[in-house]
Design a binder for this molecule. Structure first.
Ligand code: GLN
Length: 600
């Protein structure tokens, strides 16, 4: 097993995760099998309890692991399936060490950070690195390890120490350290400044780690003299310094690394030369270029709670993007804060209310993502009502499906106080109820988490067609509440179709309105399994329906033709190509534009 460790210096948010996954893509393109481990030095045992507003979305794995969103990046870029153990946190390590101590495994010794915690970290890495994640048997060839945070953080100290020891444990030729750093340009002098990188490399060395490669984030390619200076002061050979300058979209990063021959350098450090082929990145190249040339917009409203931070819905955005690219459309996301659609906002903040409704009424399709807690729920219900009544394509995910059922019960069955017991426990018409897989009385550990099967039981439903007429699908779940089985018959009689259920037939997995152009809700989260070249079927349905092309997607015979005839178009919006600075999509809030979307 060979290891590539990616660390970050100077500032956070440099795109370390994207760099690490791009290195993985490059090595995979050379024919190597790649796995990855993300280290998060925070104390939480997992990301399950962390607020998406503070930390971005909680990513869910097949095994039910609730992990950092960077693992989503790895799964998408490398098309692999990780396990909960591929995300190491300080909390997990300490839990493990303390459990061992309680069992008496340390034989009366004083349990210390060095060697007990540092050994536990190294053992964990070695154990997890060999778990196959690409569907094939046996361990991968290379494990990319990303150390979260920035060099010098107090929390990461035990990990740095452990990784320093680890580089000796695995020996030279098996360990390659890539340090991602920033080379800023000061407006006053207009010069690329190397000092921050010099300092962070110095810090790294001081902590016992020696960088093999520098990956420098900068707005433009590094000037030759700047590279020379870095080489000189950081003691890293010139050809081992790469520039990751700003690109129109993140799919260019593996290409940028390839152009600078990063694969050859890594193979030299890792003694891999004999098994390295020229990277085949044809698909990546065409996708990255295609994406730069998409200008016909498809406008989707995401009606959510955390609309101030796009990372809170990162996988949903990526899934929308994958589907838009598959349909050769430029994704435009209109963030609609669910609260602003509510009657109360009309009184308290009429401008926000008007702006939210104006946004919603201008879109081609509506998506209501998952969520917890009652804030904005009534606004989401109004958005579903608007989409249902006006025949606007709608996709509801998890909570998004639940609110669509509530809306249907209220408007069509005239059960005006229909609700979820999550929001109104005493409701007379509980159409969404607490249905844990485990105990009914304890909240802890009652979440239905991870991969579960949904069986299609309605012939010719749009969702089953989108999933290629399979008899069942395996998608990831993260919820406690579900459609009340006692109300299913009534809802069905009124025209709501339950297109897929779990194996017991008691848990409703997919709802559809057959008499609507596209109105689908899923109890699971299809976004977690979407991949750049393999868009999630339900997202593909939403985007295709939003641009009037659903029939072509539902009819596979004409789908191929569809993609050819819809090849990249250079259509200009208002005379100029419409592009946000991050290239992939425009993300609009009702108070302006935000370009934070594709930093990861
Ligand atoms: N809060 C809802 C539940 O627990 C929905 C969860 C979600 O959207 N992920 O069932």
């Amino acid at each position: 097993m060979k290891y590539v460790l990616v660390t970050g210096g100077v500032v956070s948010g440099l795109g370390k995760g994207v760099t690490a996954s791009s290195i993985g893509v490059l090595l995979k393109a050379c024919g190597l099998r790649v796995t990855s481990i993300k280290i998060d030095p925070y104390l939480n045992t997992d990301a399950g309890t962390m607020s998406p507003f503070e930390h971005g979305e909680v990513f869910v794995l097949d095994d039910g692991g609730e992990v950092d969103l960077d693992l989503g990046n790895y799964e998408r870029f490398l098309d692999i399936k990780l396990t909960r153990d591929n995300n190491i946190t300080t909390g997990k390590i300490y839990q493990h060490v303390i459990a061992k101590e309680r069992k008496g495994d340390y034989l009366g010794k004083t349990v210390q950070v060095v060697p007990h915690v540092t050994d536990a970290i190294q053992d964990w890495i070695e154990r997890v690195a060999v778990i196959p994640v690409d569907g094939e048997e046996g361990p991968a060839d290379v494990c990319v390890i990303e150390l979260g945070g920035t060099i010098g953080d107090i929390e990461s100290a035990p990990f740095i120490e452990a990784l320093g020891q680890f580089s000796y444990r695995v020996g030279p030729g098996n360990f390659c350290l890539v340090h991602v750093s920033l080379v800023p340009v000061l407006n006053v002098v207009g010069e690329q400044k190397t000092k921050p990188t010099q300092h962070s490399v110095k810090g790294l060395r001081g902590l016992g780690l020696t960088p093999d490669i520098l990956a420098c984030r900068s707005t433009k390619a590094l000037e030759d003299n700047v590279k020379e200076k870095l080489a000189q002061f950081c003691h890293v050979p010139l050809e081992y310094i790469f520039t990751l300058y700003d690109v129109p979209n993140i799919w260019h990063i593996p290409l940028l690394l390839k152009d600078q021959k990063a694969h050859l350098v890594i193979s030299k450090v890792l003694n891999l030369a004999s098994i390295l082929n020229e990277p085949s990145l044809g698909e990546w190249t065409s996708r990255a270029e295609l994406c730069d040339n998409l200008h016909v917009p498809v406008r989707i409203a995401v009606v959510g709670k955390y609309t101030g931070l796009s990372d809170a819905y990162l996988s949903v955005l990526k899934a929308l993007l994958h589907a838009s690219v598959a349909c050769r459309k430029k994704l435009v996301v209109d963030w609609v804060p669910a609260c602003d659609l509510e009657k109360e906002t009309e009184k308290e903040n009429p401008d926000a209310y008007k702006a939210a409704w104006k946004l919603l009424k201008g879109v081609d399709g509506v998506l209501v993502p998952g969520g917890f807690g009652d804030r904005g729920v009534e606004g989401k219900i109004l958005a579903a009502k608007y989409a249902r009544e006006n025949k606007i394509p709608f996709l509801g995910i998890c909570l998004g499906m639940q609110i669509a059922v509530i809306e249907f019960a209220r408007s069509v069955l005239c059960l005006h106080d229909a609700n979820s017991t999550e929001f109104k426990p005493e409701t007379k018409h509980p159409c969404i109820i607490f249905m844990p897989e485990g105990s009914r009385t304890h909240m802890g550990g009652t979440m239905r988490l991870g991969s579960r099967k949904s069986f299609f039981n309605v012939k010719d439903s749009k969702s089953s067609k989108l999933y290629g007429n399979k008899s069942f699908v395996d998608e990831r779940h993260r919820h406690r509440y579900e459609v009340n089985p006692d109300m299913v018959e009534r809802l069905e009689k009124a025209g709501l179709s339950f297109a897929a259920k779990d194996e017991t037939g008691k848990r409703m997995e997919i709802i559809e309105l057959p008499n609507h152009p596209f109105f689908i809700g899923a109890q699971f989260h299809p976004e977690f399994k979407s991949r750049p070249g393999k868009a999630s079927p339900l997202f593909l349905g939403l985007i295709a329906a939003s641009c009037g092309e659903l029939d072509t997607v539902l009819n596979p015979a004409s789908a191929h033709q569809h993609l050819i005839s819809n090849g990249p178009k250079n259509v200009y919006v208002n005379g100029t190509p419409k592009k946000s600075s991050n290239g992939l999509a425009d993300v609009r809030y009702n108070n302006g534009y935000c370009n934070g979307l594709y930093t990861r």
